[in-house]
Design a protein around this ligand. Structure first.
Ligand SMILES: *Cc1c(COP(=O)(O)O)cnc(C)c1O
Length: 466
C-alpha cells in the first residue's frame, strides 16, 4: 500500500515512512492511494472474531508487506492486552435501539488509547529495525498527552516530551502524565495556555535545524496510523449488531475529526453505515459548514467537553480530498485560502457529497448536563461530557426503533468527575489501577512560555542526537 498527500505535491510513501513522518512535506496529510474493500460475505465472516483477530483483518491491507503477519499479530496482541475489559471495546445498550460503544477501557481511560497503544508498538518496531531514535514532542489539553506517554514509556528508541498549560488541565489528567516514572518521559508545564503550548511545538517542528538535531516525531491525530487503528472498532461494533445485514448509524463526539474519519474509512471499506453523525459542543465549525457551505474559523469557547474545544479540525482535510473526488489541487487551493482568510466556500458538489454521508448536531452546555442526568436516570450509567454530547446528538437525529444507533463513548466518567457530580450528584470513581493516583509522586518542570528555554530543555535531555 502506498500513501499520497492530500495536497498532491509530496512523494508517495510506504506505511512505515508515513508512520514516522506524520505530516507530509507539502503540509498535507497522508491517505491511502486506494481503499481496501471487503464484500458482504467477508464482513459476515467477521462475526465472532476476537478484537485482535478482527484488527489483523482490517489493518493488514494498510500495512502491506512493511511488517510480517507474525510481527503484526504480536504487536496487536500487546496493544490490546493493556485494556481492562475482555471485549476491549464493549457495547452497552441504553435504550431499545441505542448502544454505547465503550472505548475507554485502556490504561489512560480515553479512546485515544485504542490507537496510541498500537502506535507505541509500531514506532518501537520501526525504529529498532532501522537502528534509529526519535524525540516525540507534543502539546496536550489533557487526553492525548497521557495516552501518548503511556504508549511510549520505557521504550529504548524513544524520548517523549509533552507540554501542558500549567494549572489548566484537570488534576487527574495532570497526574496521569506526571506520575509516570520512566526516564524517557519528560513533562513540561508551560506558563501559558494550550494554544501557547501548541504553537511552541509547531515552531519547533518548522525549525529544520532543531527538528533534525533531535529527530522530532509526532503522534498527534494527523498521523495516519491512528486513523487506521480506529477503523477496527466500527467494524467490531457493526458486526456485533448485525452487519452486513443491518444498516447502522454512529454518533461520534468530534473535535479534530480523527475518530469520525475512521468511521468514514470503515464505510469505504464496505461496512454498511446509514449515517455518521458529527456531534459537536458549541465549538461548531463542522455543523456550520454543513449547514451553510462556508468553512469558517472562529474563536474557541471553553466547555465541559474540552477535548472537543477545537478551532480547526485538522483531519477534515482528509475528508475534503474525498469530497473533491481526490482532486488534490482543489484541496490545496482551499487550504491556502483558509490560511490567508480564515475561511473558504465548499464547492457545491463537495458539499452535496458531505451532506449525503454526514449529519451534524451541536449541543450546548446546558443540554450536555441534562443528557448526563437523563442517561443516569434512565440507565444508572454515568457518562462523561464528551459521550453525552454524542448521546444528545443521537437523540435529536434518531429516526425510530428500526434505526440501530451506536454512540461512541470516548472517555471514562472519572476523568471528568466534576461535571458528572454537578449533573447527577454522584461521584464517578477511578478504576483500581489508578486508585492511588493521588498518592503517587509527580515529576515535571515548569518553564516560561519561551521557545529557547523549551528547546534547551529538550536538547539537553533527548538521546536522539547523541
Ligand atoms: C480526543 C477526544 C475527542 C475528539 O476526538 P477527535 O478524533 O479529535 O474528533 C472526543 N472525546 C474525547 C474524550 C477525546 O479525548
Amino acid at each position: 500500500m502506498k500513501y499520497i498527500s492530500t495536497r498532491g505535491s509530496a512523494p508517495k510513501l510506504g506505511f512505515e515512512e508515513v508512520l514516522l513522518q506524520g505530516l507530509a512535506p507539502d503540509g498535507g496529510l497522508y491517505v491511502p492511494e486506494a481503499w481496501p474493500r471487503f464484500d458482504a460475505d467477508e464482513i459476515a465472516a467477521f462475526q465472532g472474531l476476537s478484537y485482535v483477530d478482527l484488527a489483523l483483518k482490517i489493518i493488514t491491507p494498510f500495512v502491506g508487506d512493511a511488517i510480517t503477519s507474525d510481527q503484526l499479530r504480536t504487536m496487536v496482541e500487546r496493544a490490546y492486552n493493556s485494556f481492562a475489559h475482555n471485549a476491549v471495546v464493549p457495547l452497552v445498550q441504553i435504550d431499545p435501539s441505542t448502544w454505547l460503544l465503550e472505548l475507554f477501557h485502556g490504561p489512560t481511560l480515553s479512546f485515544k488509547d485504542v490507537a496510541m497503544q498500537l502506535m507505541g508498538q509500531l514506532f518501537d518496531h520501526a525504529l529498532q529495525k532501522r537502528g534509529e531514535r526519535v524525540t516525540i514532542v507534543g502539546a496536550t489539553s489533557g487526553d492525548t498527552g497521557s495516552a501518548a506517554i503511556e504508549a511510549m514509556r520505557g521504550r529504548e528508541s524513544i524520548d517523549i516530551f509533552i507540554l501542558h498549560p500549567f494549572g489548566r488541565v484537570s488534576n487527574v489528567q495532570r497526574r496521569q502524565m506526571t506520575t509516570v516514572p520512566d526516564s524517557n518521559v519528560f513533562n513540561i508545564a508551560v506558563d501559558g495556555t494550550f494554544d501557547d503550548c501548541q504553537s511552541l511545538v509547531k515552531v519547533m517542528f518548522n525549525e529544520k535545524a532543531f527538528h533534525n538535531s533531535v529527530k522530532m516525531a509526532a503522534v498527534n491525530s494527523i498521523n495516519w496510523a491512528r486513523i487506521m487503528a480506529q477503523v477496527v472498532y466500527y467494524f467490531y461494533a457493526g458486526v456485533a449488531l448485525g452487519s452486513p445485514n443491518q444498516k447502522i448509524s454512529f454518533s461520534v463526539p468530534t473535535g479534530n475529526f480523527g475518530n469520525i474519519f475512521s468511521g468514514y474509512v470503515a464505510a469505504q471499506m464496505g461496512l454498511p453505515i446509514s449515517r455518521l453523525i458529527i456531534a459537536t459542543n458549541v465549538n461548531d465549525i463542522l455543523v456550520r459548514s454543513l449547514e451553510t457551505g462556508c468553512y469558517e474559523v472562529r474563536d474557541v469557547t471553553p466547555t465541559i467537553s474540552p477535548a472537543m474545544d477545537i478551532q480547526v479540525p485538522s483531519n477534515f482535510e482528509r475528508l475534503l480530498l474525498e469530497a473533491c473526488n481526490r482532486d488534490a489541487k482543489q484541496v490545496s487551493g482551499l487550504m491556502s485560502r483558509l490560511a490567508k482568510s480564515g475561511k473558504f466556500k465548499l464547492p457545491a458538489q463537495a458539499l452535496a457529497t458531505l451532506r449525503h454521508q454526514f449529519d451534524s448536531v451541536r449541543t450546548n452546555e446546558q443540554a450536555t448536563r441534562e443528557t448526563i442526568a437523563s442517561t443516569f436516570g434512565a440507565t444508572g450509567l454515568l457518562v462523561d461530557p464528551h459521550t453525552a454530547v454524542g448521546i444528545a446528538a443521537a437523540g435529536v437525529r434518531h429516526s425510530g426503533p428500526d434505526e440501530i444507533m451506536i454512540c461512541l463513548s470516548t472517555a471514562h466518567p472519572a476523568k471528568f468527575s466534576d461535571a458528572i457530580e454537578l449533573a447527577t450528584g454522584r461521584c464517578a470513581t477511578l478504576p483500581s489501577h489508578l486508585e492511588d493516583l493521588e498518592k503517587r509522586s509527580e515529576r515535571f518542570v515548569r518553564l516560561a512560555n519561551d521557545l529557547s528555554m523549551v528547546k534547551d530543555h529538550i536538547s539537553q535531555n533527548s538521546r536522539a542526537q547523541r
